[in-house]
Design a protein around this ligand. Structure first.
Ligand SMILES: Nc1ncnc2c1ncn2[C@@H]1O[C@H](COP(=O)(O)OP(=O)(O)OP(=O)(O)O)[C@@H](O)[C@H]1O
Ligand SMILES: [Mg+2]
Length: 407
């Protein structure tokens, strides 16, 4: 019997951990067979601040997915995010080795290795080297140079780095749970895999993952990621503002936001009130819906402004004719698309992961774009290696993440 091909993703967020186990069908479709979604602990703004607490939360999520699927997770693709993530563009050049001047995978690997050498502080580590395009003897715009003829191979890349501390702490949590790491994947890159179309990525699009503790950004141009960044503000900050402004406990504020929050306060009737009977909302006086929305709008607008400024500083503000795609739990706020369109001056849509089967109900929401994206990213890699056997396969196999980016 053919061994089942399995791919596993673990998305460790500030508010939730989502472990997904998927079987890969012969047609390369993902069938979700285990979904462990549990509350997160030990993270702040997307980054692990307490290894033991975070490991416990991850363990609970992993066990849930294992129980549901009947598989034991040996290794997984793990999402990483937070304000420590940054990207830079880098160039690599090598001489083609073969005497007949045919470009080989080895030349490509060496060019990418050369591009990986970037000036960065000692406390940072490279997470991805994404090839954007290749140049052979001055001829630009080549996507896959393998098999072509030339003497000099150049590659333009996006190099994504993060701080060693954040990478190390997340890795330790996963190891503590007894799971190997196939690769760390930047959240907005993963989410892009799940929700962006090829046309959007070719044209130029910004993906914004509005989570609980961070808002991660990825810009895709000419088919590949050109920039990633992050703003250390998310939906939890909106709930905090509500808790302070309306003097309610955080959990009620969060619930008020989810049930009644609206991103454009102007659209709310001034005398519209929320019945607080079902909330533990301070002293029990009814709450103005307009007031609630003003709080939501102020924080959200500020978050979008931060994102826009970050894109502007990096020179990508004009690089998104296909507009902005919003994902993450906070993207579900009512009215958010209009507010985002006002701030960015582009079309805005919500990104919901599609194109899988099995236990999809629990993950068919923008909140799980990055979680599902880890599986899709892993699927590409599994194809390259002809393996995906996390369930019974070898742990910690080659982390040849470079390859997975090739078309
Ligand atoms: N229907 C909803 N409407 C508005 N906000 C929502 C809704 N559902 C969830 N949220 C908010 O989404 C946030 C959680 O989003 P998400 O699950 O993407 O975060 P995370 O992945 O755990 O965190 P991060 O990616 O920032 O580390 C919370 O602030 C929550 O209040
Ligand atoms: Mg997230």
């Amino acid at each position: 019997m053919a061994r089942e091909r399995i791919v596993v993703g673990i998305d460790v967020g500030t508010t939730k951990v989502c472990s997904l186990i998927a079987a890969i069908s012969p047609e390369d479709q993902l069938e979700i067979i285990g979904a462990g979604i549990t509350p997160a602990r030990g993270l702040r703004r997307g980054v692990v601040v307490n290894v033991d607490e975070a490991a416990q939360a991850i363990s609970a999520s992993v066990h849930k997915a294992e129980q549901q699927s009947g598989f034991k997770i040996m290794s997984a693709f793990v999402g990483i995010s937070g304000a420590h993530i940054s990207s830079t563009n880098s160039h690599g050049v090598v001489a083609v080795r073969r005497s007949d001047n045919v470009v080989t995978e080895d030349d490509i690997d060496r060019a990418l290795e050369a591009a990986k050498v970037v000036n960065m502080p000692q406390d940072r580590e490279v997470i991805h080297v994404v090839p954007r395009h290749f140049v052979i003897d001055g001829q630009e715009g080549i996507n896959n140079p393998a098999g072509m003829l030339g003497r000099r191979l150049e590659v333009e890349t996006t190099v994504v780095t993060g701080t060693q501390t954040a990478i190390h702490n997340l890795s330790r949590c996963i190891e503590q749970v007894g799971v190997g790491i196939d690769a760390l994947v930047i959240q907005p890159i993963a989410a892009g895999e799940a929700v962006l179309t090829t046309a959007e990525k070719d044209l130029g699009v910004a993906l914004v993952d509005l989570g609980g503790g961070t808002s991660d950004v990825g810009v895709f141009v000419d088919g590949s990621v050109a920039y990633v960044g992050s703003v250390p503000v998310g939906g939890n900050h909106i709930s905090n503002d509500i808790a302070l402004g309306l003097r309610t406990p955080f959990t009620s504020a969060d619930e008020l936001k989810i049930r009644h929050g609206y991103a454009l306060s102007e659209a709310i009737e001034e005398d519209s009130m929320i019945d607080v009977a079902s909330f533990d909302a301070g002293d029990g006086t009814p709450i103005s819906k307009r007031e609630l929305s003003e709080i939501v709008e102020a924080r959200l607008e500020e978050t979008f402004d931060f994102v826009r400024e970050q894109l502007g500083r990096a020179g990508f503000e004009e690089s998104m004719p296909a507009g902005v795609v919003l994902v993450g739990g906070t993207a579900q706020l009512q009215g958010i698309r209009r507010l985002a369109a006002e701030v960015f001056g582009t079309p805005v849509r919500l990104g919901t992961p599609t194109g899988m089967f099995g236990l999809v109900e629990s993950v068919s929401s923008p909140a799980y774009a990055a979680s599902v994206g880890l599986l899709k990213w892993g699927l590409v890699q599994a194809d390259d290696f002809g393996v995906g056997g996390n369930a019974d396969g070898p742990v910690g196999r080659a982390r040849d993440w470079l390859r997975s980016f090739f078309p």
